[in-house]
Design a protein. Structure first.
Length: 138
């Protein structure tokens, strides 16, 4: 399954790179980036011992499309998606998104891409907190 996923991702990235080259936007985007093939241990763990208490939190994420019906802030568009600019939700100062498809770059939804987005968003967040501190002291 991992090999097939890697193959599918490679095909998608090749398609996007071909489009960028044929439309002369190569200089406007990052150079092509490819992750190494997914490596799976020969004998991966197939179960967890929840009795020993080493795991204290479980985040359950399922489905193929986001559902923000639980979000009680008016930040959704008519299709139910959060309106943002590169992860910054302008209608709710201090609210940010991470891990969304194409948030800031092609790899934004991947673990490898979240780090780059986090660095950029943390700079914006620090600026936000600095502006709040200035207002509070004024």
């Amino acid at each position: 399954m991992c090999a097939l996923s890697d193959l599918k991702m490679g095909r998608l990235l090749d398609l996007l790179d071909d489009w960028a080259r044929s439309n002369d936007v190569g200089g406007e985007v990052e150079p092509p980036h490819r992750l190494p093939p997914t490596r799976v241990d020969d004998s991966p763990p197939l179960g967890l011992d929840l009795v020993r208490g080493e795991i204290r939190t479980v985040i359950w994420a399922t489905g193929y499309r986001p559902n923000y019906s639980w979000l009680e802030i008016p930040v959704l568009d008519r299709k139910g998606m959060v309106v943002h600019d590169g992860g910054v939700v302008s209608s709710a100062p201090g609210m940010y998104l991470m891990g969304m498809q194409f948030l800031r770059r092609r790899k934004s939804a991947l673990i490898d891409g979240a780090g780059d987005d986090a660095r950029e968003l943390s700079a914006h967040l620090a600026s936000y907190f600095d502006s709040q501190a200035v207002r509070a002291s004024a």
